[in-house]
Write a protein that binds this ligand. Structure first.
Ligand code: FDM
Ligand code: MG
Length: 216
């Protein structure tokens, strides 16, 4: 039996990730493709609750510590994610390790240090980066009150996503699947259409083994 496809949606805050993830889920279900939506951070686990408190500024944590918690939150769900894929179900993640690196590195932590804890997590077959300028994203009702929802930080995060895109496209760091950048400043139907174009080829299922992040 073919396994499900592992698809990740990444982007800045207010780039439309959650809206597009929900639209994609409906579209996949409409095409009879079984799909599970997974959000990172998953704020429901004990680790996720620590992350949630930090993001809402109810607690303070050292930058390294919170970085490792975000990664641990992916690791605690990794086995379940793989099982889901092997059961033939497509997994759609709203953020993944790329957010982990981009947001922590934008605070000044070394890029390579940020990448290390996520090494050998299941690698997505496709990462969709919803690209939007921070000032455009802000026009969409503005950022909220959470930590990181500041224009200056989002600007740095965007640069880091672009660096990852370049590395992944050039395959500098081992197999991590395909990366596609979509103009997220378009209206949401146009964005959804662009997404469907890259996702549809994966809807027949994947035959290849599940690869690992940043590992040959
Ligand atoms: N974020 C998200 C990180 O800093 N590291 C991570 O590993 C992940 C998955 O958490 F600002 C940041 C990105 C964002 C914040 O994410 C909360 P949501 O998608 O807005 O809930
Ligand atoms: Mg947010």
């Amino acid at each position: 039996m073919l396994r499900g496809a592992f698809i990740v949606i990444e982007g800045l805050d207010r780039s439309g990730k959650s809206t597009q993830a929900a639209m994609l889920v409906s579209r996949l279900e409409g095409a009879n493709v079984p799909v599970k939506l997974q959000k990172f951070p998953d704020r429901t686990t004990p680790i996720g609750k620590m992350i949630d408190a930090y993001l809402r500024s109810e607690s303070d944590l050292d930058d390294h510590t919170i970085h490792l918690l975000f990664s641990a939150n992916r690791w605690e769900l990794a086995a379940q994610l793989e099982e889901t894929l092997k059961a033939g179900i497509t997994v759609l993640c709203d953020r993944y390790a790329f957010s982990g690196i981009a947001f922590s590195a934008s605070k000044g932590l070394p890029y390579e240090w940020c990448r290390a804890p996520d090494r050998s997590l299941p690698a997505p077959d496709l990462t969709i980066f919803l690209d939007i300028a921070p000032e455009k994203a802000m026009e969409r009702g503005g950022y909220g009150d959470e930590r990181y929802e500041k224009e200056e930080m989002q600007r740095k995060v965007r640069e880091l996503f672009r660096r990852m895109e370049e590395e992944i496209t050039k395959d500098t760091h081992g197999v991590v699947g395909a990366w596609t950048t979509i103009d997220a400043s378009q209206d949401k139907e146009a964005v959804a259409q662009d997404i469907w174009q890259v996702v549809e080829p994966l809807t027949d299922g994947c035959s290849n083994v599940i690869r690992r992040l940043w590992q040959q």
